[in-house]
Design a protein around this ligand. Structure first.
Ligand code: HEC
Length: 110
């Protein structure tokens, strides 16, 4: 008798759990955001993102440096200043620094 009750309770609980899982799957599918449209990026930008991640991200957030570029009164001058900083900061080669700057410039909106 008791064994049958336990078995019945187990079956009921399994059914409830599976129903909840199914409902969750349906709802999760329904609320998934649409994929973002691909941004127009120069070929250097994904490369710059990868290099930033390996050379800079331990100490910096990309958007923080992009913000420095975006908010600069003289944007080209700010980029040049960062480019020359990178010649002895952060362990990136000159080519890598160019790719990083292209990436940050894209993040800065432009
Ligand atoms: C080991 C940690 C470290 C790494 C790696 C590193 N930085 Fe820095 N960086 C710093 C520190 C510390 C400062 C000075 C404090 C600050 O401004 O955040 C700084 C300053 C800067 C500044 C000047 C910020 C300003 O306010 O003018 C820029 C730009 C910068 N880093 C870019 C980079 C880039 C790009 C890379 C990757 C190539 C990099 N850094 C790698 C630690 C690091």
């Amino acid at each position: 008798m008791a064994t049958r009750d336990v078995r019945r309770a187990t079956i009921v609980l399994c059914a409830v759990f599976l129903a909840a899982a199914a409902a969750f799957a349906v709802m999760a599918g329904r609320t998934a955001p649409a994929p973002a449209p691909p941004a127009a990026v120069s070929p250097a930008e994904p490369e710059g993102a990868r290099i930033f991640a390996s050379r800079c991200a331990a100490c910096h957030q990309a958007w923080e440096i992009a913000q420095l570029i975006r908010d600069a009164p003289d944007r080209p001058a700010r980029k040049n200043a960062i480019a020359s900083l990178l010649s002895n900061h952060g362990d990136a080669s000159a080519d890598e620094a160019d790719a990083i700057l292209a990436y940050l410039d894209g993040l800065a909106g432009g």
